[in-house]
Design a protein around this ligand. Sequence first.
Ligand code: URA
Ligand code: SF4
Length: 204
Amino acid sequence: MAKDANTGAARFLPQDLTLESLRTAAACCEGCDLYREATQTVFGEGPAQAHFMLVGEQPGDQEDRKGVPFVGPAGRVLDRALEEAGIDRDDVYVTNAVKHFSFTLKGRRRIHQKPTAAQIAACQPWLNAELALVRPRVVIVMGATAARSLLGPSFRVTRQRGQAVPLGDAQAVATIHPSAVLRAPDQEEAYAGMLADFRVAAAL
Ligand code: URA
Ligand code: SF4
């Protein structure tokens, strides 16, 4: 349950569920406090019949400005991993567990802030609706926030990454977040681990 004063995204969901109606409705979501400071809702993108769904944490600074998921530095890591794992971009729907950028100000810089469990829960109806509409066969769950949203609070990415686990009618594979690759002391090693997990997903 969301602990914010706002009661979550559910009441903003449209009656007629299509990806377009969802996107339009999500643009006006006030299901938690994150809409207040962020520029815009960053909804998922990709073909409605995608085989793969990729789920990240939340938009970053550049995604918040452009309104498109994974167009910043983490997106470049993601694009490289998709290509090297042999996953066709046209077969991928990309989204985030939380649809507004959460940040704190440090001077004029906007510093990424991890979304809270309440914010993840508040935003979950959008992700669930995307899953129900796209019906991907394989879901790549990137990082602890996406894992909490989709696989529950007791799922541990560090222990359970790179294994197929059931998620409704789909199979899910968890991996680290591409931003974690960029922050890792040994980036190449972290990237290789992520790529190995992508390859498991690609082979499903
Ligand atoms: N990190 C994410 O989790 N999602 C984005 O869209 C960008 C960076
Ligand atoms: Fe709504 Fe999610 Fe944005 Fe919160 S983060 S306002 S629940 S879209």
